[in-house]
Structure formats: structure tokens, C-alpha cells
Design a protein around this ligand. Structure first.
Ligand code: SAH
Length: 491
């Protein structure tokens, strides 16, 4: 099989190439470096072997020879191997050495280029590395000579004379020395410098200085350091997003978290996933649908379980609903239905059980049947209310929520109040988060709730609810959060 040397890009998982994602999905083994986003490792199959090859406290660093040997061995075993490296594999990534080792052992390999931090980090800081009328060329140079070489390869004098844009990688620790040498080589001391630390990540920071002031500017690794007139440009977009620099906890189950995560990330937030609940299937059989007038769903998860497990295992599809009226509690549920070819006949104006109940027509004949497909634990308000309206209600539990065991580091961070906001999308996320934490987070971050029922549960658990979504949807929750942060910024 092939060994793929894949560039993971500088940090933002969205910067992986399509080819990179494709080989990850098919991987038997992933050998990855420090700073590779966990979201990228998640693309590999759950049972793929994951081998950490980077430096970090508590880990033994693998030597380059050991990494080469591992890639050769796994490749010869016939496994699909992905060597996932930060940025581009051939830009100061030692990918060349790995490819040489594979070529020497006659193991087939491919190179999947990535976005190098030398270009990606400046881009996220709003700095074009070439710019018409400002800079006609780009030089990428290491600021950290290979100590094994013993001699200096980088000709800083020549680089100073070449002008244009210089991007220095691995140079944060020696920036003072480098700046001095560039000035000695003829660059003006007031030449602009921009050091982009943790570029493209939620914790990106850009330090702006000049060659004269760079040494004292607090440049920290890992940074891409831009030297030259383009470093004066500040086409800010990433660091100026409304939630940039804010950490927001998502407590939904992992499989439900993606929409909220996507919306928050698009606004620049750092999303901390602390899934407090997990979705478990419960066994059920779809009853004879001809006997029902209404089919009611109160969550997208319920729709998924009903169609993808219930109907599918009975050899049925959406056509089985032909004679039924279908109700959805809100737009997320309606969208899950639409994905399966069903348009909801009833969608209330507010997305809570009470509103769904109000919107329901009274039963036209006594004992008309309603099938309510939902979680095993849920409030009684719908079945009780529909019975009051003359319906014969059958509750069909199609899934169950159980307490999840989130990543301990993320849980600790929340407990210590080390995040800016907590989002709750249902009462069960509140209850289970409190159970998982064992205690209220102190100091308490901003608490944002999707609606009144969730807020009530949060207050019962001793949390202060700072904002409640006006529209009880994920989009409404995100709007509420955004407004709360805007107010706190002004106040
Ligand atoms: N192959 C990588 C570079 C590896 S050398 C690439 O193409 O990007 C490691 C150096 O890359 C770091 O010392 C730092 O200078 C730079 N770097 C890596 N990730 C970075 C990031 N997210 N932001 C800024 N610089 C980064």
C-alpha cells in the first residue's frame, strides 16, 4: 500500500486538502505531529491506529530515523499509512527525508501538499505576502539552523539585500539576533515586522513591530515572522470576527454538535466541546402506521432514529407515511424530515412543546391516534396535552440520552471557569453537564440557553442564566450569545 505524506495545513482544520481528507478516511495508520488538529485525526476510521510522533511533555519524542523506519515497516506490511504533518510536508517538514527513506526501501508513496504556515498564517493576519507595487518576491527561511550542521547556511546579508518579503519560520526564539543581522546587512531599522503566532487557530495573535523593536516585542513560538513592507498591511478579517478570542462550550452530544460548532467557528469563536450527553439507540419496532392520523417528532435525532433504524429495518421508507399528517417541533426537526423526503404539515411559530400543542388542531374524531416518536426520557406535556385535545397518544421511544464522559482536560477547564460561555440546547444538557462537572463552574461564565424550559432547569441547578434565545433554535442561540458578548464589550 501507499504511504501518503500529507500536509495538514497550519492549524485550521478546514485548510486540509480534499485529497488529504480522502486518504485519511481510508487510513489504517496515522502517524501525526504535534499541533495537528484533533478534528483531522477524527477523519480517520475509529479503529485506525494513531501514532504520535511529535514532542510534547509526557511523550517520548521519536527520532527522525525511528519515524522513517516506522513508515517503511507499515508500508511494507501493506497498510494504508498517512503521515500527517503540519503545514506543507516539504517546507521545513522533513518530508523529504521521509520520502527518501520510502524510495530507498521501494515503498510506494505519494505527497499531498498542504498550506504552509509561511503563507497561511500571514493570510489569516491579513498580510498578503506579495502585493502589487510593494513586494515582488517572497523568501521563506528557517530561523533555527539545524544544530547538527555546525555551519551557518543562511546568508542573512544576502537576504537583507534581496529585499522583498521575508518569512522566517522557527525564528521566534532568535528574532533579536536575526533582526540585528538583517539591519547589519542593510535593511532599515524601521522595516515593518509582523509575527503571527498560532496562525489560523482560534488563539492566533499577531505582534507588529519593526526590526529595531522586534526583540522586545514578545514574539513567542510557533510564529511565522513576516519582514518587509507588506508587514505594514493589515487587511484584518480573522482576528476581527465578532467572537474571535472567545471560548464557547458546546454541551450537545457529539453527533448533534456540528451545526452549532460551525456557526460559532464562522464567527471566530474557539469551540470547546464538552458533550454532556450521548445518544443511545433504544430498540423499537415501527407500529402499523395506517392506524395513526398524526406522526409527531420533537428532535432531529428522533427523526434520524425513526427513519434510519425503524423504517429502514422494516424495509420501509418515507412512502410509509403517505397517509399521515406529520408535525415537527422546530426547523431543525423539519430539516431532518426534509432530508428524508418529508415536508412537515405542522410547524409551530415558537419551537417549544407548548406551542406545538397550541398549533395542533383538536381531534376531528374522538380517539384519533397520534404517534409521538421521541427520546425515552421527555416531559409529559405533549402526551398529556394531546390527550386533552381528544387524541389517543402513543409514545414511541426511539433513542435515549445518557450522560457522556467528556475529555477530562476540557471538563477541568470548564470547572475552573476557564471558558467565556456555556451553551445549553436542552434540559438534559444542563442536568448532565452539572453531573459531569460535579460542581458549578467557578467563576461562572456567560450562560446561554435555547429556551424557557432549558433556562428553568439551569436555574434549578443553581446556574445564573445570562441570556435566553428569542427564537428557540441553534441560530437563535448563537444570535443571543453574540448580542450578549456585544453588550459586555460595550459595558
Ligand atoms: N511544514 C511546516 C513548517 C514546519 S517548521 C509548514 O509548512 O508550515 C515549524 C515552524 O512552522 C514553527 O516553528 C513556526 O515557525 C511555523 N508554524 C507552524 N505552524 C504555525 C502556525 N499555526 N502559525 C505560525 N507559525 C507556524
Amino acid at each position: 500500500m501507499t504511504v501518503s505524506l500529507v500536509g495538514a495545513g497550519p492549524g485550521d482544520p478546514g485548510l486540509l486538502t480534499l485529497r488529504g481528507a480522502e486518504v485519511l478516511r481510508l487510513a489504517d495508520v496515522v502517524v501525526y505531529d504535534r499541533l495537528v488538529a484533533p478534528a483531522l485525526l477524527d477523519l480517520a476510521p475509529a479503529d485506525a491506529e494513531r501514532v504520535y510522533a511529535g514532542k510534547a511533555p509526557g511523550h517520548n519524542e521519536m527520532s527522525q530515523d525511528e519515524i522513517n523506519a516506522l513508515l517503511v515497516e507499515r508500508g511494507q506490511n501493506g497498510q494504508a499509512v498517512v503521515r500527517l504533518k503540519g503545514g506543507d510536508p516539504f517546507v521545513f517538514g522533513r518530508g523529504g527525508e521521509e520520502a527518501e527513506a520510502l524510495a530507498a526501501a521501494r515503498v510506494p508513496f505519494e505527497i499531498v501538499p498542504g498550506i504552509t504556515s509561511a503563507v497561511g498564517a500571514p493570510a489569516y493576519a491579513g498580510i498578503p505576502v506579495t502585493h502589487r507595487g510593494v513586494s515582488t518576491h517572497l523568501t521563506v527561511v528557517t530561523g533555527h539552523e539545524d544544530p547538527g550542521k555546525g555551519s551557518t547556511d543562511v546568508d542573512w546579508d544576502a537576504l537583507a539585500k534581496a529585499g522583498g518579503t521575508l518569512v522566517i519560520l522557527m525564528g521566534a526564539g532568535r528574532i533579536g539576533e536575526i533582526a540585528d543581522r538583517l539591519v547589519a546587512g542593510g535593511l532599515a531599522p524601521d522595516t515593518p515586522v509582523a509575527a503571527v503566532r498560532n496562525g489560523t487557530r482560534a488563539d492566533q495573535r499577531t505582534v507588529r513591530a519593526t526590526l529595531a523593536t522586534a526583540a522586545g516585542a514578545g514574539v513567542q513560538p510557533p510564529a511565522a515572522i513576516v519582514v518587509g513592507e507588506v508587514a505594514r498591511l493589515d487587511l484584518a478579517w480573522f482576528e476581527s470576527r465578532p467572537l474571535f478570542g472567545r471560548s464557547v462550550v458546546v454541551t450537545r452530544a457529539r453527533e448533534q454538535a456540528s451545526e452549532l460548532r460551525r456557526r460559532l467557528e464562522a464567527l471566530g469563536a474557539e469551540v470547546v466541546e464538552v458533550p454532556s450527553i450521548a445518544i443511545e439507540p433504544v430498540p423499537f419496532a415501527v407500529p402499523d402506521l395506517d392506524r395513526y392520523r398524526w406522526l409527531v417528532f420533537t428532535s432531529a435525532t428522533g427523526v434520524g432514529a425513526f427513519f434510519d433504524r425503524g423504517l429502514a429495518s422494516a424495509g420501509l421508507d418515507a412512502r410509509a407515511l403517505a397517509g399521515l399528517q406529520v408535525a415537527a417541533i422546530g426547523p431543525g426537526t423539519a430539516a431532518a424530515l426534509a432530508d428524508r423526503g418529508v415536508r412537515a404539515d405542522l410547524l409551530p411559530e415558537r419551537f417549544v412543546a407548548e406551542a406545538l400543542l397550541e398549533a395542533f388542531p383538536p381531534a376531528s374524531a374522538d380517539g384519533e391516534r397520534v404517534l409521538l416518536a421521541r427520546a425515552a426520557q421527555a416531559r409529559d406535556i405533549l402526551p398529556a396535552g394531546l390527550s386533552d385535545r381528544g387524541y389517543d397518544v402513543h409514545v414511541l421511544p426511539v433513542y435515549r440520552t445518557v450522560a457522556a464522559s467528556p475529555d477530562p482536560a476540557a471538563r477541568e477547564r470548564v470547572r475552573r471557569g476557564g471558558v467565556d460561555a456555556l451553551t445549553f440546547t436542552s434540559s438534559s444538557t444542563v442536568t448532565n453537564l452539572c453531573d459531569v462537572l460535579g460542581d458549578r463552574p467557578a467563576p461562572q461564565p456567560l450562560v446561554v440557553s435555547i429556551g424557557p424550559v432549558t433556562s428553568k432547569t439551569a436555574m434549578e441547578r443553581g446556574l445564573r442564566v445570562d441570556v435566553e434565545a428569542a427564537e428557540h433554535t441553534i441560530a437563535g442561540l448563537v444570535d443571543a450569545l453574540l448580542n450578549a458578548f456585544r453588550r459586555s464589550r460595550r459595558g
